[in-house]
Design a protein around this ligand. Structure first.
Ligand code: NAP
Length: 294
């Protein structure tokens, strides 16, 4: 079994981004600038946004944090987004989800200029991804693609089972791995809560991407020998071995399955660090206007 080290790969991405920033600076250019919109006081959202701002500092990008009140109206939020669309200093921005109940998330996603949509959630970017055209790829699936690349995991012709069909992880992941590209060219089975006899599919899989949000869900009797397991899940579970009384758990039961896997990502330290690194990478692409050249 080989451990896929997301911290190490993300660190390498940060190093390469720093080098790019230095090159831009010495050529007298404008450094990449990411903005993050945070609505309300959701502690998890605050943590994620802070981590993104910190990552910008680490690589030398500019960053702007737009903090808005929990009670903001949809019209006011759309106006704030329009301002960011119009601001030429800002190359790309994200609106941290989830949003308060009074706000329609779809409307917000669609209000972001596709050229600045570094989260890759806008229908234009998702459509371009499906068509295998240049697009911002959603950060978590993009990070997984980069991990598969970094560890030279052969995907062509392999059977990949994706568990979970969310718009941000499972669905785009299934599309990316089915595309005629490398990594890609998999035969993909996309499973969800209505899938019957899930083990029937996972037992045949060469690669399993597990993203359903249920800690320790994937067990050894569900997988075959030599499978590659990419664990996206992050859940907080009680633990007597930590000071806080909690620890992070993945969707795979690592201790149970690790021996049977050829490669496996740990939680924490696997997919998680790659998500923010991919967002930084997308911000560089936005700065270079590489996706939308026309
Ligand atoms: P989500 O929106 O809640 O989607 C969960 C998916 O899992 C749904 O498609 C659901 O099916 C499916 N599902 C639920 N129970 C199932 C079961 N028993 N068997 C098969 N499928 C089942 O979750 P998400 O946003 O994709 O996140 C998934 C996990 O990844 C969470 O733990 C989240 O915290 C984590 N995550 C991590 C990162 C990272 O950077 N590492 C990023 C994003 C998310 P239905 O569609 O039928 O309901």
């Amino acid at each position: 079994m080989k451990l896929i080290d997301g911290r190490k790969v993300s660190e390498e991405i940060y190093q390469s981004l720093k080098i790019e920033v230095d090159k831009i600076k010495s050529a007298g250019g404008k450094v990449p600038h990411l903005a993050a919109v945070l609505v309300g006081n959701n502690p998890a959202s605050q943590t994620y946004v802070n981590a993104k701002v910190k990552a910008c500092e680490q690589v030398g990008f500019g960053s702007t944090l737009v903090k808005l009140d929990e009670s903001i109206s949809e019209i006011e939020l759309l106006a704030a987004i329009q301002k960011l669309n119009d601001n030429t200093e800002i190359d790309g921005f994200i609106v941290q989800l989830p949003l308060p109940k009074q706000i329609n998330e779809n409307k917000v996603t669609q209000a972001i200029l596709p050229q600045k949509d570094v989260d890759g959630f806008h229908p234009t970017n998702l459509g371009r991804m499906v068509l295998n055209l240049p697009s911002y790829l959603p950060a978590t699936p993009f990070g997984i693609v980069k991990l598969l690349e970094a560890y030279e995991i052969d995907t062509a012709g392999k059977h990949c089972v994706v568990i979970g069909r969310s718009h941000i992880v499972g669905s785009p992941m299934s599309i990316l791995l089915a595309r005629n590209s490398n990594p890609g060219n998999c035969t993909v089975t996309l499973c969800h809560s209505r899938t019957q006899n899930l083990s029937h599919y996972t037992q045949q899989a060469d690669i399993i991407i597990v993203a359903l949000g249920k800690p320790y869900f994937l067990k050894k009797e569900m997988i075959k020998e030599g499978v590659v397991v990419i664990d996206v899940g992050i859940s907080r579970v009680e633990s007597s071995s930590t000071k806080s009384g909690f620890k992070l758990a993945g969707d795979a039961d690592f201790d149970d399955i690790a021996e049977k896997c050829s490669y496996i990502t740990p939680v924490p330290g696997g997919v998680g660090p790659m998500t923010i690194a991919s967002l930084m990478f997308n911000t560089l692409l936005a700065n270079r206007k590489e996706i939308y050249k026309d």
